[in-house]
Design a protein around this ligand. Structure first.
Ligand code: GDP
Ligand code: ZN
Length: 301
């Protein structure tokens, strides 16, 4: 039987839903134990002997992959071929900017764009230091947006930022990710239920990652597994790369391999003391650095 190309639009373990070039959606199983495919993967598949079903025979190379570090320290792919992260925070739950930094760092390490969105602009001010935090991300060169899933403000502007992109929604629980997705994709809940049902063949499972097409073009990936991920270990080799203001100043350090921790004549620590680098961003860097060392101890250390 002839093989064709397709794209995984929902995945749950070894069951995937493949969208064909003609736009059909076919529940598929993966051929062989070693083959792995997640939402966003491009695959080669063929119809199964069972009508309406297919078999994924090959995964095409991934351009990008968002991976989580699992309990055994291994990297577990969550979404493939994404092009940007939409990092959401709000005044409620109280924002943890270390978490925002961590998602932004993940995007940076993957070479992807991060959009930082403050949701619930209709409903109250950010706790101190307030709007400054969003401005700080803008000053670093990230696209920022203040929006409201509730009253719809700046949803059009947000939608424009998602056109033609494969965007993954991330952020603390309760910031309004589902509400934003619903605004951007009318009928989202029904579509998600349909996709997860097709993947699960009727069983009710809520942990299915789904990729949905935005009306204006582009895709939005909503994945429960992505919502609390940590950047995968191999990406953490050079944590400074994850912080663009640190990376920018590193050439001014005395040592070319300066880790910006206790080294003398460190341009980065000087900038922190002078207030040119935010203390919190530097602390985020130190935390990621500690994590990196814990996961991959340096030789002899
Ligand atoms: P998620 O956990 O990030 O997916 O957050 P939800 O979308 O489930 O939203 C959490 C809560 O915040 C719900 O009670 C929403 O109604 C509320 N919420 C979401 N977006 C907004 C918003 O723009 N303004 C206000 N006032 N409430 C919002
Ligand atoms: Zn330094």
């Amino acid at each position: 039987m002839s093989e064709e190309l397709g794209r995984v639009v929902a995945s749950h373990g070894r069951r995937v839903l493949v969208e064909s070039a003609r736009g059909e959606r076919v529940p598929c199983t993966l051929l062989g134990r070693r083959l792995q495919a997640v939402c966003g993967d491009e695959v080669r598949w063929r119809p199964d002997t069972m009508a309406g079903h297919g078999i994924v025979v090959e995964r095409l190379p991934r351009r990008t992959a968002l991976e989580r570090t699992n309990a055994r320290g291994g990297a577990e792919p969550l979404v493939a071929n994404l092009t940007q992260l939409l990092v959401v925070f709000a005044h409620e739950p109280r924002p943890d900017y270390f978490i925002v930094d961590r998602y932004v760092a993940a995007a940076e390490l993957l070479g992807l764009r991060a959009i930082v969105a403050r949701n619930k602009s209709d409903a109250g001010a950010l706790p101190p230091p307030g709007p400054e935090e969003l401005e700080n991300y803008a000053r670093l060169g990230y696209h920022t947006i203040e929006c409201s899933a509730e009253d719809g403000s700046s949803i059009v502007a947000l939608d424009e930022q998602l056109r033609g992109q494969v965007t993954v929604l991330v952020g603390q629980s309760g910031v309004g990710k589902s509400s934003l997705a619903n605004r951007l994709l009318p009928g989202l809940e029904a579509k998600t239920a349909e996709l997860s049902a097709a993947t699960e063949e009727g069983r009710h499972v809520t942990s299915v990652a789904v990729l949905l097409h935005l009306p204006g073009g582009g895709d939005l990936v909503d994945s429960p597994g992505v919502r609390d991920f940590a950047p995968a270990i191999e990406l953490l080799g050079q944590p400074a790369r994850a912080f663009r203001e640190i990376e920018a100043l590193a050439p001014g350090c005395r040592f070319s391999d300066c880790r910006h921790l206790r080294e003398p004549d460190c341009a980065v620590r000087e900038a922190v003391s002078a207030g040119r680098i935010l203390e919190r961003r530097y602390e985020s860097y130190r935390r990621l650095n500690r994590l990196s060392e814990k996961l991959a101890p340096p030789p002899g250390g």
